[in-house]
Ligand binder design. Structure first.
Ligand SMILES: [Zn+2]
Length: 85
């Protein structure tokens, strides 16, 4: 496998960066769909961050600005949208 193939492989992994489009599929079915993933600024996330724990949570924002947000969701509840790739 050459360097280019390795780079493509790494990009295909489910890494979510701030501003990525993600699909929410967690426990709140009313919110299932496409969102912008943003760093969650709440006290819980700041505390987790301060402890150095790897769990990452996201705030979700409506890409079209039509729904209220953001929402604090677990990393496991969102999948990076292929469309954002
Ligand atoms: Zn949070």
């Amino acid at each position: 496998m050459g360097m280019l193939a390795m780079d493509t492989l790494l990009r295909s992994l489910d890494l979510i960066e701030p501003g990525d489009l993600v699909v929410y599929h967690g426990s709140i079915t009313a919110l299932h769909g496409l969102w912008l993933a943003l760093p969650c600024p709440c006290d819980i996330c700041r505390a987790i961050d301060a402890l150095g724990l790897p769990e990452v949570r996201f705030a979700l924002a409506d890409p079209w600005g039509e729904l209220p947000g953001p929402f604090h969701v677990r990393r496991q509840s969102v999948t990076r949208s292929v469309a954002s790739g």
